[in-house]
Design a protein around this ligand. Structure first.
Ligand code: APR
Length: 238
């Protein structure tokens, strides 16, 4: 039972994927039903290649995602994780998500592996701007450089600090919980195994099966993350 593992653990780390934010109204990428990548090739849209050679589709894709972000907010699951950090039930979050919802819900220790869609930056001078410029069809910096989202594109390296932080946290964890990720993208999918191999208990909460379920000590499948976290929170405090 997850609430018992949480009570017994000394150092709990949570890895979240796009499935953590679908209950906030944002699409994920690979759900069988309607993930963003269902009918598109991410390499052609969210990549350094697209940034250079397919800029119209690149802008349209990120404009759509920034617009979606404006109408969504963290759900109960994000707030429960922030509360658990406050109470000392979890120590940190590693996220593949770029929506900023963990910070918005109050979580402090969050390693954003894939950057953030919360702002955009100039490709030339690296000046940072609010992301709503995309919604105003403004894509050019004062210096003339192109403004791109501060997310990691396919073909780019992940932020060094976030990777080092995630490595450190995964190796320190005695309980590692995966929430809403298909675990199909590296290096994020290495961290659950690194934690497991350094002695942590592994819990995977995901609507669909993942390739790592056999390694997990607990697998909770087919259920909404927000509901599961609410039940665990109630059991933790009863
Ligand atoms: N509750 C539980 N699980 C859910 C929910 C939910 N409410 N909604 C979706 N899921 C599950 C889906 O079944 C899916 O297996 O979350 C998983 C999300 O997986 P992906 O869409 O592959 O997203 P993610 O694992 O975060 O992808 C990693 O790939 O394209 C890149 O940059 C992108 O950060 C992303 C990375």
């Amino acid at each position: 039972m997850l609430h018992k593992l949480l009570k017994e653990s000394v150092y709990t780390v949570v890895l979240t994927g796009a499935g953590m934010s679908t209950e906030s109204g944002l699409s994920d990428f690979r759900s069988f039903q309607k993930g963003l990548w269902k009918h598109k090739n991410p390499q052609q849209i969210a990549s350094t290649y697209a940034l250079q050679h397919n800029r119209t589709e690149f802008i349209d894709f990120y404009k759509m995602r920034i617009a979606a972000l404006q109408n969504c907010e963290p759900h109960q699951g994000h707030h429960i994780l922030a509360k658990w950090e406050e109470e000392g039930n979890i120590q940190s979050i590693i996220t593949q998500n770029v929506d900023g919802f963990h910070h918005q819900a109050g979580s402090k220790r969050v390693a954003e592996l894939h950057g953030t869609l919360r702002h955009i930056r100039c490709q030339r001078c690296h000046t940072q701007y609010e992301n709503n410029l995309y919604l105003l069809n403004q894509y050019e910096c004062k210096c003339g450089g192109f403004l791109r989202p501060s997310v990691v594109l396919f073909g780019e390296t992940l932020p060094y600090e976030a990777i080092i932080e995630a490595e450190k946290e995964s190796n320190q964890a005695d309980l590692f919980i995966v929430l809403g990720s298909s675990l199909q993208v590296a290096p994020a999918n290495h961290f659950p195994i690194e934690a497991k191999h350094t002695g942590a208990k592994l819990v995977i909460i995901n609507m669909e099966p993942t390739d790592f379920d056999e390694e997990a000590d607990i697998v909770i499948q087919g259920r909404q993350i927000g509901e599961v976290l609410k039940e665990v929170d109630e059991a933790l405090h009863c």
